[in-house]
Write a protein that binds this ligand. Structure first.
Ligand SMILES: Nc1ncnc2c1ncn2[C@@H]1O[C@H](COP(=O)(O)OP(=O)(O)OP(=O)(O)O)[C@@H](O)[C@H]1O
Ligand SMILES: [Mg+2]
Length: 240
């Protein structure tokens, strides 16, 4: 009970902390607008833009926290169906095309033709890819490459998301799955993270009966490896 209480307190404290900065920014720019501090239309737009961005950040934070809570309480109703990972991959490609161009990194796919379907919630599986590719793109310098591999192995689907980025120090590796854990605290403000992405990924994969692991080396890159049971294996066993 005591440990649960402690976890709860830490969670509330982390969440409040994450909400404080965006709220302060929103307050400051709203006050500036009320006091007519913007010298021209352009500056006014910048202020409004900042308010918009910070409000969007708060909304994402709340959505992420609620999603995680629902999954942890076990009352998330997954919409399960056959999921074609080839379609998910092409969605991911489209989703990141602008960001990848902007950051001047390459996003490549190696998808084996025999890849079977998995049994699960397509939106949640898309979320896994989005969170992992988003991390990869954000931590890979210009000219780097992100490779997504989807292959079939025994009765499992093997997914790898490999980047040639900055890597993660071995002492930090066990912590990355924790809620609100962010590697570089000073940089994360401008980079927009809240440290919930990987906690969500892990929860989604485990709810699908899968497993996720990570390999990383500073200066070389990071590889996330996911094993998901195929539709055949899943339907033979316990459905979601
Ligand atoms: N591919 C990667 N390369 C290097 N570091 C990574 C990579 N993926 C994750 N990390 C490290 O793990 C931390 C936790 O990742 P996570 O996705 O959970 O949070 P975030 O990206 O900081 O915020 P959010 O995903 O909630 O916007 C990151 O802050 C970063 O330090
Ligand atoms: Mg992230």
């Amino acid at each position: 009970m005591e440990r649960l209480d402690q976890t709860r307190r830490e969670f509330v404290s982390n969440l409040s902390h994450e909400m404080k900065t965006p709220l302060n920014i929103i307050l400051a720019f709203t006050e500036a607008l009320q006091d007519d501090l913007a010298v021209d239309e352009n500056e006014k737009k910048t202020y409004l833009n900042n308010i918009f961005e910070e409000t969007a950040r708060l909304k994402r934070l709340i959505t992420d926290v609620l999603d995680l809570e629902k999954m942890e309480e076990g009352y998330e109703d997954f919409k399960v169906d056959y999921v074609d990972l080839k379609l998910v991959a092409s969605f991911v490609q489209g989703n990141f095309s602008t960001l990848v161009d902007e950051k001047e990194v390459k996003l490549a796919f190696h998808i084996s033709r025999k890849t079977p379907f998995v049994w699960g919630d397509e939106d949640k599986i898309k979320q896994v890819f989005i969170n992992l590719v988003d991390n990869a793109v954000r931590h890979t310098p210009r000219g780097g490459e992100i490779v997504i591999t989807i292959a079939y192995k025994a009765d499992d689907v093997l997914i790898e998301i490999k980047d040639s980025g900055i890597g993660i120090a071995s002492e930090d590796l066990p912590m990355i799955w924790e809620r609100f854990y962010k590697g570089d605290k000073s940089r994360s403000r401008t980079q927009g993270g809240t440290g919930l992405g990987l906690a969500i990924v892990k929860r989604i994969i485990e709810t699908h009966g899968g497993h996720i692991s990570v390999w990383s080396k500073l200066g070389e890159g990071t590889t996330f490896r996911i094993i998901l049971p195929t539709e055949k294996k899943m339907l033979g066993g316990a459905p979601l």
